[in-house]
Design a protein around this ligand. Sequence first.
Ligand SMILES: NC(=O)c1ccc[n+]([C@@H]2O[C@H](COP(=O)([O-])OP(=O)(O)OC[C@H]3O[C@@H](n4cnc5c(N)ncnc54)[C@H](O)[C@@H]3O)[C@@H](O)[C@H]2O)c1
Length: 378
Amino acid sequence: MAVEAVMTETQLVTGGAGFIGSNYVRRVLATTADRIVIVDKLTYAGNLATLRDVMSNPLVEFIEADIVDTEKMSQLFETYAPRVAINFAAESHVDRSIDGPRNFVQSNTVGVFELLEAASRYWSRLSGTQKDRFRFLQVSTDEVYGSLGDEGEFSEDSPYDPRSPYSATKASADHLVRAYNETYQLPTLITNCSNNYGPYQYPEKLIPLATLNGAAGKKIPVYGDGKHVRDWLHVFDHCRAISAVLESGRPGSTYNIGARNERTNLEITELVCDALEELLPAAENPELAAVPSDQSPANGASPSYRDLITFVEDRPGHDYRYAINPTKIERETGWAPRVSFEKGLKETVKWFFDHPRWCDEVKDGAYGGERLGLGLTR
Ligand SMILES: NC(=O)c1ccc[n+]([C@@H]2O[C@H](COP(=O)([O-])OP(=O)(O)OC[C@H]3O[C@@H](n4cnc5c(N)ncnc54)[C@H](O)[C@@H]3O)[C@@H](O)[C@H]2O)c1
């Protein structure tokens, strides 16, 4: 009986040492026989500690490089001949984009341009099924659509209206990706996803920061009145959606990804506090004994993580509400979210609670929990 060789394909994953990229790498290794070439500049947000469990896998190749380096990117396309390239690489924190937009323009816009140049040069020289099957997928955000009022949701036809330096650079990148499809027929895909949560998120973002501060008995900052609304999706569901779009998305198309799961920032923070309470009751947490008196409960009541919630000055230009209509991806690819929010959030809080070493390693002096995004360093 003839044994059919299993053809291993290669995925080029830029930004794979970050939060979503590393989760995507794990998913691909768990569900396919593909080789993965991870390219990452290892900025403050990218860390090899995030890839520790996959680095020794013979299907994984790691290359430290900047996507702005077009010669290097071209060389990687030629050397590894990927079937797909997925770009997760970006400066991703809105607050940092307010304090210093330059890196955002470089990585999020110029970097995507250089990557598109390298990809299109490579793709134009392919032929046959190799050419037909190549895809370039740009991982983008719902923030390109701007801010909603109390009603409505973003669809793929919503006009672009970015309002922070971060979302403006991501929007510029999306326009370039669309232009490379229209002009050079590069088979591109764009995914615009809502807020992600899950393991390996850099501890400056809302859920890990609230978890770590709460566990340490520190103030848990909530911007403004806490009523800003975000649409939350577990990172595992986002990664499944990317696989679905790569598999059956139409080249040249955009897909919005979300789980119809709107929550205010205050609600998220309170849920993190409640999840912490289940893991380690505040009354038994020695760190809470040291909570300053202005936050400790009046009349001798038991301490509670919720007492640590502190309203702080709002982010300048803070978008009020995002909400995604995911009908198109559901209809065209059959994708639907699977992780229940209640369970996913509890597991995420537990993950950060259980991984203090990873948190310390990735912060590595680059982030000490300080307030960012007031533009004070400009
Ligand atoms: N986190 C979210 O909620 C969310 C939601 C929607 C879309 N996105 C998008 O998903 C992508 C990944 O986001 P994330 O949360 O994992 O971000 P992250 O900050 O955790 O990871 C980004 C990674 O990109 C790398 N990187 C940055 N600039 C680079 C460059 N010039 N060259 C090579 N590597 C570079 C960093 O080192 C890091 O490993 C981003 O494009 C982001 O805009 C994120």
